[in-house]
Design a protein around this ligand. Structure first.
Ligand code: SAJ
Length: 428
């Protein structure tokens, strides 16, 4: 099947790269967004998302005329929905954007069209929510139009490459829909394309991110134990991982980003009585910033009230500029709540600020005169810091490493009292 004209709804982290990649492969693409700011930026040739290579790709797509930007959908051969699905305060999926996008497609839906949902959703959203809305057009999913769910699986920072190279799962409401979905993504996907049903495809995505969340929670819990027992979790994990079927992940200040800490809730919502482990893992990871803050207090001899603390890194993980749900920010907030005088610096997100903390422009400004320094995010630039130079600027000698990014012996040689998350004091 040939889908020449594609309408992509939602021009965020997934929708914009997907729309531009389709356009770069020769499809005629209409990129739709309801956010004025996004539309204005794109129409001016600007890109509102930081992602390596994206700006060039979008500008080329716009320049070629293959990508047009619009505030509402128009008739097309295929519609791809890539809108956000946040969780509410009560940890329930907020599907307002999916519903809105689906409704906006209804007037344009024609027999033979394909609709694909990419947004991460609770199981059965495609069948239970999307299908009835689209069928308000008078057409039936399956006999009249194709309908499928296909999760995105790309890693922020590597989106453009992974979009093309990763394998993809497509779950149709029937076999013909799955095959239509496969034909659409074949335009650019070089990885394997595997076909299944819609609800399985939804589950697959949630299982992937839940697997990750539960395993990070295990690493965090083991780090707390190691701390208590005088063991070095980093060394212990490395040794355990020599086992061919074991792969313990890295502990840290918690889980951030817009996926891993959110998606497991969609499974809990589907059956709270069956998901004790998943909920428990969420609890462990959500409590990790608090654990990190207590570790920092301990490093400062029992309290941080009135102490000058240099906080390095604010993003949700290393080498990205993304601040969404960042545990590093949460740790800074907890230190402020305990009366610390926090200064922050993030080389990847220089504009990032935490209310109540002093945002610094340079590393030197952050360190000068502080009593202690905390590594919150293992950005390459931060782990390569020379402890001798840090010692020259810092007043105190407290150093806390929440990521095991620093070389212990060189920091101790430079005179620091180094505390590392997951390394029991007795192991020093
Ligand atoms: N983290 C740890 N320890 C680890 C690994 C990660 O504490 O060993 C923390 C990170 O610091 C970060 C959070 O977990 O705060 C999540 O980071 P991540 O790199 O695991 O995941 P994301 O959110 O950047 O991207 C993920 C990817 N999923 C998987 O790796 C299974 C990506 O493939 C998905 O497409 C994306 O979520 C998504 O959209 O769901």
């Amino acid at each position: 099947m040939n889908f020449e004209k594609i309408c992509v709804l939602g021009l965020g982290y997934i929708g914009l790269p997907t729309a531009s990649t389709f356009a770069s492969q020769g499809a005629r693409v209409i990129g739709v967004d309801i956010n004025e700011r996004v539309l204005r930026a794109l129409r001016d040739g600007e890109v509102h998302i930081q992602e390596p290579g994206l700006r060039t790709l979008v500008q080329a797509a716009l320049g070629s005329g293959n990508l047009a930007i619009a505030e509402a959908p128009e008739p097309a051969d295929a519609f791809v929905i890539a809108v956000p699905t946040p969780v509410t305060e009560d940890k329930l999926a907020d599907l307002t954007f999916v519903e809105g996008a689906a409704r906006s497609i209804v007037p344009h839906l024609r027999a033979g069209n394909l609709v694909v949902l990419e947004s991460t959703c609770p199981p059965r959203t495609t069948l239970g929510l999307l299908r009835p809305i689209l069928e308000q057009s008078g057409l039936k999913a399956g006999p009249d139009f194709f309908l499928a769910y296909s999760p995105e699986r790309v890693l922020p920072g590597h989106i453009l490459r992974e979009l093309i190279e990763n394998s993809r799962v497509i779950g149709g409401v029937d076999q013909a829909s799955s095959e239509a979905g496969r034909d659409l993504y074949r335009r650019f996907v070089r990885g394997d394309i595997r076909i299944t049903d819609a609800t399985t495809a939804e589950m697959v995505k949630l299982m992937e991110n839940t697997y990750r969340d539960v395993n990070i929670a295990l690493a965090n819990e083991l780090a707390r134990l190691a701390d208590r027992l005088g063991v070095d979790i980093w060394q212990a994990a490395e040794l355990a991982n020599l086992h061919p079927r074991v792969s313990i992940l890295s502990p840290g200040p918690g889980v951030g980003g817009h996926c891993i800490g959110v998606d497991p809730w969609f499974l809990v919502e589907a059956a709270p009585e069956l998901t004790e482990l998943i909920r428990g893992a969420r609890k462990v990871n959500d409590a990790q910033p608090e654990y990190a803050a207590r570790l920092i207090e301990r490093a400062f001899g029992g309290g941080v009230t009135g102490r000058q603390v240099a906080c390095l890194g604010l993003t949700y993980k290393a080498d990205v500029d993304d601040l969404r749900e960042s545990p590093a920010i949460e740790v800074v907030r907890l230190l402020l709540a305990r009366g610390a005088q926090a200064r922050t610096f993030d080389p990847m997100a220089p504009g990032a600020a935490v209310e109540g903390a002093t945002r610094c422009e340079t590393l030197a400004e952050t360190l000068r005169g502080a009593e202690g320094v905390v590594l919150l995010v293992n950005h390459r630039q931060l782990i390569e810091l020379d402890p001798e130079k840090v010692a020259d600027l810092l007043d105190g000698r407290v150093a806390v490493d929440l990521r095991s990014g620093w070389d212990g012996p060189s920091w101790r040689n430079a005179g620091f009292e180094l505390t590392v998350l997951g390394v029991g004091a007795e192991a020093d």
